[in-house]
Ligand binder design. Structure first.
Ligand SMILES: *Cc1c(COP(=O)(O)O)cnc(C)c1O
Length: 415
């Protein structure tokens, strides 16, 4: 099947002169979101991909099995190794990330576990910037350690400390960008330069940035990780995770996924494919809402501080501005002179954002990290992770910015 837009080439050929190389140009993010990875003509001549529910796939004859094995034919064999709905989404995500390949998993966490299990062996070491997803930290310290892999954490953005933590057993350095909840943006050029200089692979968790706002592979990062549960799915109705990178580097990772078995059901992949159709449109609105709500909060007398990379006051604003198209919908802010209960009262007074964990969906969400994720941590540990009692994290959805601002205004006004 020939597609004018494929995962190998996200270029759109000009209809007027398809043979001239000058007429080939890169498709924009929205065109890629809508079309990339999909066959032009589909089953039953439908415009959408049908949901292909099959746990196994049959062969016409023994001869066709041999052809599949010997000629490495591109077809399905058994459901644990993949399904047609998942493959379409993998191609679409690879195109969005500008990657050769992308592997989907049943959650973001399954993706990082699958990657690290494939890449690390007993005696290997890995170094993280410390503001990272708490479950990745837990997986490394509690579980990879049982298999003899050593994890180091250094202060986020401290490249000297990261350099010092690398030794000849180090295999990989890892960072989120932007980080959560302080939205620190990492200098990807510096990150990649350090990895190359020390001969270690690089992994970026770009869940908060999304491929719309930054493409870490362009900087030479080896692996990009996204929780597709967030902006990629975008509708708070599914869990999935993805690792993008070169086919060569991902080949053993895909083979291990076939053993781990954490792949996605066709129904959920249909939802993800459908959600991705509006990915670029949604990101434009998330970026716009994030910026406007952050500016409103920064100007509000009850707000002590706002963390948002699109604000000039953010410590990594300059890096963010030079590397990102927009800054997403996630905002963290501190309420002036408020204890945890006074902070909670503001959250409870909101009428539009729903109270809950997660981010990146069309519905705005609001939460107090101290309560939602760190309530049973000792105060010293919360302080170490920078989780203040008066901290609120809001994920701006795609509602109208004026409505979100008016709602926050009423929630912040003294009752
Ligand atoms: C949610 C999230 C994850 C984990 O993804 P799941 O899909 O929930 O497993 C990892 N990293 C970041 C930055 C996230 O926000």
């Amino acid at each position: 099947m020939h597609n004018s837009i494929t995962h190998d080439s996200i270029t759109v050929e000009s209809k007027t002169n398809p043979t001239s190389s000058e007429s080939v140009r890169h498709a924009g993010a929205s065109t890629v979101s809508v079309h990339a990875g999909e066959a032009r003509q589909k089953a039953n001549n439908a415009i959408t991909d049908s949901i292909c529910c099959s746990s196994t796939y049959t062969f016409e004859s023994t001869q066709s099995i041999l052809e599949y094995i010997q000629e490495k034919q591109d077809r399905e064999e058994y459901g644990r190794y993949g399904n047609p709905n998942e493959k379409v989404v993998e191609r679409k995500l690879a195109a969005l990330d500008g990657a050769e390949d992308a592997i989907l998993y049943s959650s973001g966490m399954a993706a990082i576990v699958g990657l690290l299990m494939a890449k690390l062996s007993a005696g290997d070491e890995i170094v993280f910037f410390d503001e990272c997803y708490h479950r990745s930290r837990e997986f490394c310290f509690k579980h990879l350690s049982r298999f003899g892999v050593v994890t180091h954490q250094v202060k986020t953005g401290d490249f000297d400390a990261m350099n010092a933590a690398i030794n000849d057993r180090t295999k990989m350095i890892v960072s989120e960008s932007p980080t959560n909840p302080h939205l620190t943006v990492i200098d990807l050029e510096q990150f990649v330069a350090l990895g190359k200089e020390r001969g270690v692979e690089t992994l970026i968790d770009a869940t908060l940035a999304t491929p719309f706002n930054v493409q870490p592979l362009d900087y030479g990062v080896d692996y990009v990780w996204h929780s597709a549960t967030k902006y990629l799915g975008g509708h708070n109705d599914l869990l999935a995770g993805v690792i993008s990178g070169s086919r060569e580097k991902l080949d053993p990772v895909r083979k291990l996924r076939g053993i781990l078995g954490c792949i996605n059901a066709p129904h959920s992949m249909y939802l993800l494919e459908r959600g991705l159709k509006t990915f670029a449109l949604r990101m434009q609105r998330h970026n716009e809402n994030g910026q406007r709500v952050a500016e409103f909060l920064e100007s509000h007398p009850r707000i002590e501080r706002v963390y948002y990379p699109g604000l000039a006051s953010h410590p990594t604003h300059a890096i963010a501005k030079s590397t990102m198209k927009g800054f997403g919908g996630l905002i963290t802010f501190l309420v002036r002179d408020a204890d945890w209960k006074q902070t909670a009262a503001i959250i409870d007074a909101c009428r539009i954002p729903r109270i809950g964990p997660s981010l990146g969906g069309v519905e705005s969400l609001i939460e107090q990290p101290m309560v939602m994720s760190y309530f049973d941590y000792p105060p010293e540990q919360r302080q170490q992770f920078g989780i203040a009692d008066n901290m609120i994290r809001m994920s701006c959805g795609i509602e109208d910015a004026e409505d979100l601002i008016a709602d926050l205004e009423q929630a912040l006004s003294p009752s």
